[in-house]
Write a protein that binds this ligand. Sequence first.
Ligand code: IVH
Length: 697
Amino acid sequence: MDVKERMSQLADRLLEAQRAYYVDGRPVMSDLEYDGLFDELVRLEQENPQYRSPSSPTLRVGSDLTADFPEVAHTIPVLSLDKAYSADEVVSWMEKTMRNTSSELSFVEEEKIDGISIVLYYEDGLFVRALTRGNGYVGNDVSDNIKTIRAVPLRLTKDVSIAVRGEVYLPKRDFEILKASDPEVANPRNMAAGAVRRQKSIEAAAIPLTVFVYEGFWTDESQTPRDHLSILRALRDLGFRINPHLAVFSSSRERSQELLSSAGLEAAALSFSDLGAYLEEAARRRKDLEYEIDGMVTKVNELGVRQSLGYTEHHPRWAIAYKFESPQAVTKVLGVTVQVGRTGRITPVAELEAVALGGSTVRRATLHNQEYIDELELAVGDTVSVVKRGDVIPAVEEVLEKNAEGNTTYRIPPVCPSCGSTLVQRGAHLFCPDRDCPDQVKGRLSFFTARDQMDMDSIGPKAIEKLYDMGLVRDIPDLYTCDYDRLLGQKGYGEKMIQSFRKAVEDSRTRPFTTVLASLGLPEVGQKGAEILVKGGFDSMDKLLAASDASDIGAFTKIPQIGQQTAVAIISALQDPDMRRRIGQLRACGLQFTQQEQENSLEQIFAGQVWAVTGSFEHFNPRSLALKELEKRGARTVSSITGKTTHLLLGTGGGSKRKTAEELGVRIVDEKEFMELLGRGGKEGRAASGGQLSFDF
Ligand code: IVH
């Protein structure tokens, strides 16, 4: 396909998707897919402006026009937002915007409500109409339906003429209730879209929609306040509902507070350096909100600066949306490799032409299983879109263009790439049936030593590969008995490294039973599962073995979180002779096979506090031991410092976190003081932290 054809294909697909999304309220593709195609078209149009169609979707903001509602022209341009996909990108955007501006700036941070965009028009204080966004210039008049929303004032507190932008949405809880009668509707946004477009407003009224407004445009410009905060305050005073989850960022928290105070608003007052942490925290808090948000919006506060920054055809240059979903990238499949996991499961992996995706370079993406490959009809040489969801490994999402070489859909070879055994099908996946298969053994060993399990940090997958290849380790117990000195002289394995292996082995003997249990790799028994079993009465390996010897399914299923299937899987895994031998040997190596009590009787001196830990410690090695001491005494522990963090436990070499902690006013505790807190029962441990922030969620 040539560029011109591709551009017209992209334009058609985007227009079709826009109609499905805006008009029918039933999307035909994910936001990610849409954004990916949109970005591709923007890029191609930039490179080949001669092929750009006058009706290109990039020239418009998506059309929700429908014949059912009268079309009315907007008196303000109803633009969309530019997007970023990581907190870092937003921070860079903020820095760039500041560099391009001579005056001192401040920014307002708002939630990006995942609802229906609406513009409310008032004349002399009276509601005249509500228009959908439409194509940005003309919208549909949905006034009758919008008037049924109680949060939309019909008469303002002042006789002003104003256009107000906002988002109509349906709270999550109401959606859950209404879904029962309309199970077809996928999410609150789609239900709200349907309600806004009902032909009978009595039907719209039955859906408890509400609205947050976030921009105001006064007809008489002289009435327009000087900054965004004052606009929000004015909108609130006029009788509109504004979202209280706001934050202001400026050169200092004091200045931000002044800006808020002079606008008469209460919100988080932060400094520029807090922005990254704030956005990350917002992404984590998203699920706790009563409504759906799909990102955060950062806006320049000063209206004068907004005006000088101006607009593109699509979005203002003074704002950016941080979309929580990860972006897509387009690249080529160079080949497919097959991985064998610790359970023998086979995963095909696409080897890709390197491509930038969400801030990192991606060279591999999972293809899950043969079924997935068949659905995609993926062949080597195809051009595909890849997507990264959350923190997980990228996946191939779609084939965009078939290869020119005539390669057909990829088939996983029928034998294990590691041991040559014939693969067997179980459910959707292929498995290597040989439990001694080298890749499976290495996988089990790496799982056991991983940070989330026994935390034998220094013995990572690379060291395991070496130990296995030298024939020093064949099963987990060998980690405790093998002669690590035999590694001496191998490239990269010096005395220091060997010592760290020994230390890791030694430290692992103190891990509690729940950790040991979770590290064995029993089906369904991760850290949480192990805790459930222990709390449910299986506080020793002997009790577990006794129940599995008796095939006592009931002993497991009487624990509420454990179902029949899980019980059977655990029992048969514990009956397996290899597992029994492994458990026996590990017991002989001195691992914990009984849960030690006493933990719960500790005084909860750190209750309600949020601790981050950094650097290395004399008494807590590995560091996770310090985390455990904190958690046992009621603290919540986090890996990065945010405004919610109350304490930083600082060991040696934790420089960068110290700086952040100081900036955020987080109380810093050194190892000596920490030991005292643990020993003394900790009156000081309860002391409030100095400049602790509240993000006001
Ligand atoms: S500002 C020119 N603020 O997101 C200003 N938009 O993807 C543009 N949205 O069309 C809008 N919450 O429908 C803004 N706090 C917020 C928002 C928000 C949701 C929607 C809005 C916009 C779309 C852009």
